[in-house]
Design a protein. Structure first.
Ligand code: ATP
Ligand code: MG
Length: 304
């Protein structure tokens, strides 16, 4: 990274003409998701915990939004409220202008854990929601196969989940969510359990799918590179209580490819995210002290 870039803390705000044009077109698209003053207070045995405090943002049609923030800043709570699995204490979620008041087929969800039915084949897993929504077996089968082909698993349609790798299982989970043709796909650290190579392949695969269908994606991740690589915009939350810190327009041109990971725009954005997410050196000092204490008090063999 050049010295100028590190010194210029606002470098991530600089956009090429093509990128600025793309954002001005993006902001003109219809609003798929509107989150208004969302607050969630949980009761716990230590008293009330404000997981989210007046969180507001909008995602436009076919936009890819990543949400990042320190552990406990309310990312999963946010996505569960968007999915209708949790009710907010106050505030509102609108999907294409309609208030969300529970789970619905207009929202697909993919979590980190594999949530496939182990006793059903890949095809039957993807057909499940289609049959539930009243399709005939023949139609459900045809549609399921299209989605399975889209995620590149045509040859594994008759396999069972235990016969698949982690990445393949997540692709089935994505196909199953997309088969219901949701307006929005909600993903909570979906690639968090995958090894780095599989994860990189899944990122490219997801972007390919996103480019080919009419879907808005809200994707939660801890990984800064993943967020910058995937997102049009990155919503940064700060913890205790979870609040919006910044909504960053990623200045890296689309379509993305891995060679951009070392581009000026990419590194400037990463530098900004690091500043926002790891601002306090005191935390690091504390954790180092703990490591030292453990080493002195307990008889742990050295790994050096
Ligand atoms: N059901 C619950 N009851 C009480 N407190 C909860 C509940 N769910 C979440 N919380 C609290 O709300 C805050 C936000 O939790 P959440 O799981 O949304 O964070 P997160 O950003 O997803 O964290 P991580 O990055 O570790 O997954 C935390 O302080 C958590 O302890
Ligand atoms: Mg979480």
């Amino acid at each position: 990274m050049s010295i100028t870039r590190i010194e210029d803390a606002k470098a991530y705000l600089k956009q090429s003409e093509a990128v600025a044009d793309r954002f001005s077109r993006l902001h003109q698209r219809s609003v798929t998701l509107e989150v208004k003053d969302l607050t969630k207070v949980f009761d716990s045995n230590k008293g009330p915990v404000t997981a989210l405090n007046k969180v507001s943002f909008k995602a436009h049609r076919r936009e890819f939004v990543c949400v990042i923030g320190a552990s406990g800043c309310g990312k999963s709570t946010l996505v569960r409220i968007l999915a209708g699995l949790e009710t907010p204490t106050s505030g509102q979620v609108l999907l294409n202008g309609n208030a969300v008041s529970g789970p619905g087929p207009d929202r697909g969800m993919v979590f980190q854990g594999y949530t496939l039915f182990p006793w059903l084949t890949v095809k039957r897993n993807v057909m499940f929601g289609l049959l539930e929504s009243g399709r005939s077996v023949t139609t459900a089968e045809e549609e399921a196969m299209q989605w399975i082909d889209l995620v590149g698993l045509g040859k594994f349609a008759e396999s069972y989940p235990h016969q698949l790798s982690g990445g393949m299982k997540q692709r089935v989970a994505i196909a199953r969510s997309l088969a219901n043709q949701p307006k929005i796909l909600l993903m909570d650290e979906p690639f968090g359990a995958l090894d780095p190579q599989t994860r990189a392949r899944m990122q490219s695969h997801l972007m390919e799918i996103w480019r080919n269908i009419d879907i808005t994606i809200v994707f939660i991740t801890h990984d800064l590179d993943e967020a910058i690589y995937l997102a049009d915009r990155i919503l940064v939350l700060r913890p205790h209580p979870g609040e919006v810190e910044e909504f960053i327009e990623v200045p890296v041109p689309q379509p993305r490819d891995p060679s951009q990971l070392l581009s000026d725009e990419f590194l400037a954005t990463k530098h900004r995210l690091e500043q926002l997410i790891h601002p306090e050196r005191d935390d690091l000092d504390d954790s180092l002290k703990m490591v030292r204490m453990v080493r002195i008090d307990d008889d742990i063999p050295s790994v050096l």
